[in-house]
Each structure stands twice: as structure tokens, then as C-alpha cells.
Ligand binder design. Sequence first.
Ligand code: URA
Length: 434
Amino acid sequence: MNILEIIAKKRDNKELSKDEIEYFIKEYTNGNITDYQASALIMAIYIQGMNKEEITNLTLAMAHSGEMLDLSVFGKNVVDKHSTGGVGDKITLILMPIIASLGIPVAKMSGRGLGFTGGTIDKLESIPGYHTNVAIEDFIKNVQQVGISLIGQTLNLAPADKKIYALRDTISCTDSIPLIASSIMSKKIAAGANKIVLDVTCGNGAFMQTKEEARELAKVMNDIGKLAGKETVCIITNMNEPLGSAVGNNLEVIEAIKALKGQMQEDVEKVVLELGAYMIKIAGMGEDIEENKKKIQENIKNGKAYKKLVQLVENQGGDISYIENIEKFKKAKFKIPVICEKDGYIEEIPARKVGEISAKLGAGRMRKEDNIDETVGITILKKVSDEVNEGEILAYIHANDEKLGNDARDELNKIYKIGKEKVQKPNVILDIIK
Ligand code: URA
């Protein structure tokens, strides 16, 4: 077998065999296939697609490219959660401490930003001292000690995904059903949970632009879950405008801390409640979705969820004085208001453009070796359906370079669409696929 034949086969829209897929994954992980050859094959998969069998074989090969975690010490109902990515998506930071505070073990590996979307690991690293790079034994020990650990994808877990994920980001191959489904499900299978709730984002700020595409991705991931013996529920959520208020790394951490103290943005709350209620259900801790939502609200109100976040940060080496006093977080040099130029109602704030503007300020990566700036980004004050008046502040740009900041302000002002008629608040939960 050789990689040139495999690339040519996919380029010519032919089906790859299990052996060919396993060969590619093994040899790319070992470094015997170069990044440029892998790029060619990934691009061919992006363009030509894959059938279900190929996607399943790709997922399983990626899952088995490294260590397979055994979380059975935590029982049969270990639940994991993953999002297909979005703009302002800080749900993991809020939801996982809530779930842990309800006595459900949380052992989650998260990713870095991809394309115009942010990543939980980049966000967590903006808490001084927080270690995301933790050995598997310590990861398990942390869950045993405080019921929760959130870490980066360790070198040993689905290493093929780690390489392919970083590569896709730099060759414009992020929004592809076979590549997203195999990326997410390989990690989830290798990470050992046996119940999975997936947030399948949909809209201009997501990789899946339409409900149909999102449903298709959800169905593929559900099928893979079934095959791997893992109960999987997909919640399709709206990502046409940024989620919540903050877009950018430490800005989103600050929003998450406030949310756990009870100040949660309306759209964020809907996603937290829906995903959380299903996580509780499939963990065997409550059949009734509405009751489960009340349990979540209760643990925010009584402070247990916030306390769990503090324990998590402390246990991972993070400085909890930042959680206790958010004013301590490093700020960008310039905070530039985006001023509304006419009276009316907000019709649209295209999330993807907001993500791109934030990435240009330094919150995201253009190349896989780029560093990100944890302080920059955008805070959205006015959301779709809000009434606005000329002269009001729509948002703030947080920048460390004044020119970049002013450019971002002008760009954001241009993409805010303001009309004369009030539009409905968009639905946040679009569908649930079990
Ligand atoms: N999240 C992942 O882990 N992989 C993707 O491809 C997209 C989102």
C-alpha cells in the first residue's frame, strides 16, 4: 500500500477500504506520511466526501491511534459533552461544573480554537497557572478528588485527530461532515465515556450552515455512537449570532464565572439547561427533562456549581483569586466602543464575521504554531431583536493594537444589521436527535 495511491483514489471519488484508512492513520501518526501528503488526502476527503462505512472506519482508526481510556472506575454512566464549535461558545466552562456539582463525574478533554471558532483549552489557559496538559493518571486522580477535570487532548489520546485537527485548521478544511464526525467521535470513544451529549451548532457561525446539514452530521455521529456502544444525544443549537456576550478567551472565562454566579445570558442559559438536562437523563440521574432543568437552576442558585468551578481550577493548579475577583484578569490595552449609527432593532449579527474579527484581533490562530492573545476580543451588548438608539453602545472591541482595534470597530459596525421592525428573538434549541 502507498499513500500516493490512496490520495489518487479519493481524488477520483473512489471508496477507501478499511485497510487503506488504517494505513493512512497509522503512518501519519507515526510521522511516515508528511503533512503535505496528509493535506492532499484531507482536501480530497473534504471535496469528495465519504460514505458511512468509510467515516466509521476513519473514526475507529483515529480512536485507536493512541491510548484508550478506561473510566469504568466511575461507573457505567460517565457522560461526556462536545460541541461542533461556535463563536462565543463557553458552554463547557459553565455546564461541566454544574454537572459535577450534581454528583455526575466529569472527565473531559477539550480542544483548541479551530478556524473562526474558539476552543475551551485556549480559554482555560487564560486562568494563570491552570494546567491543561495533564498526565492521564492525574486526570483520573483529579476526577476522583473533586469530581471534575477539564484538560487538553493529551498526546496519547487520539493523536491522529490531534494532528489532523491542527492541519485542517490551516488548509480550510474545517467544515466537512466526515472530518468533523470522525474528529469528535474518535476523541469521545478514546476518552472512555459511555454516554455522550453533542451540541451540534448550526448557522453562519458554525461549520454546519443549515439545519439539514446539522441534522445529517448529528445522524452520522449518533450512528457512530451506536456502533461503538455509546448512547449519544445530539442537540442542534442556533449559531447565527454569537452565543452570549463575550467572544475571546479570558473575556469568555469572565462571562462563564458570572454565569455560574447567576448572571447568565438568556441564550446561554437555554443551551446550558437543554444540554445539561439530557446529560443528567442519560447519566441515569433523572428521566424528566424539565425536572432536570430545575436541578441545574437550583445548583446555580445555591452556589454549588460555582464552588465546583473553584475546586476544578484549584485542583488543576490555577490561581483561584482570579475566579474570586474577575477584575484581576489581564485586560487588553484598548477598549473601544462600537457606537450605533441609527435607531431601530437589531436584525442580524453574523456570528462567523464576529469570530473572524475576533481572530484578527489575535484571539484565534491563522497558522497552527501561532500564539493567541488571551485578552482581546469583543463583548456584545446588544443582541438580535433588541431595540437600539443612535449613539448607544452596541459592543466593545478589546484590542492591544489601536489600529487593529479601530479597524475591528468599523468592521463590526458594518455587519450589525439594524432594521425598522422588531424581529423575534431567535430560537436557540432547534432540534434534538436521539
Ligand atoms: N470539534 C472537534 O473536536 N472537531 C471538529 O472537527 C470540530 C469541532
